[in-house]
Design a binder for this molecule. Structure first.
Ligand code: AMP
Length: 193
């Protein structure tokens, strides 16, 4: 199996690139943010619980995210996928450890982690632009956006070090043309496969 984590700060292009990569490499795309937004749209207890954190630019608690991710993977594994691309997960060291354990239990492993690198000014501009059409309330408020970036620095960026220690981290320049970034990501995946 080919199991990829697409890593990076909010607004770095993970969502856009994951969809294209999932299509090119026939991978199942799992975006925890998309799952929460779907649950919220359907007003499920999980969606309403997550909303409290999402609206403040904070992370949904680990146990909630990990349980949801495990269930989603089990559901998808029934179709014998070629692999997964994780987008927006793991976002904490505890989530990365839980993912390794989940994978171990299933005789699977993370093949590689591609980390998109984008400067902070560019991130804020991209998220504000996306907010014009995304319908996401967390994309329109500058304070919420800054909070999400701060949470990324404090809680999520250490996850890069976790994978670096395993020799799995591949930094990718994430500024510039979408298709050029896609080509760089595709080449990195091809070198792993
Ligand atoms: P995203 O679409 O990945 O930007 O996620 C939107 C929001 O959903 C985040 O700001 C968090 O509040 C929540 N979220 C998504 N994925 C996770 C995760 N892996 N851990 C905790 N919270 C998450």
């Amino acid at each position: 199996m080919l199991n990829i984590v697409l890593f990076g700060p909010p607004g770095s292009g993970k969502g856009t690139q994951s969809v294209k990569l999932a299509d090119k490499f026939s991978l199942v795309h799992i975006s925890t943010g998309d799952i929460f937004r779907h649950e919220l749209k359907n007003e499920t207890p999980l969606g309403l619980e997550a909303k409290k954190f999402i609206d403040q630019g904070m992370l949904v608690p680990d146990e909630v995210v990990i349980g949801m991710l495990g269930a989603k993977m089990d559901e998808q594994l029934e179709n014998n996928p070629k692999g997964f691309i994780f987008d927006g997960f793991p976002r904490t060291i505890a989530q990365a450890e839980a993912l390794d354990k989940l994978m171990d239990l299933k005789d699977m492993s993370i093949t590689g982690v591609l980390a998109l690198e984008v400067g902070e000014e560019e991130l804020i501009q991209r998220i504000l632009n996306r907010g014009k059409t995304s319908g996401r309330s967390d994309d329109t408020n500058v304070d919420t956006i800054k909070k999400r970036i701060e949470v990324y620095h404090n809680e999520t960026s250490p996850v890069a070090g976790y994978y670096d220690k395993q020799g799995k981290l591949h930094p990718i320049e994430g500024e510039g043309d979408i298709d050029q970034i896609f080509d760089k990501l595709s080449q990195a995946i091809e070198s792993l496969a």
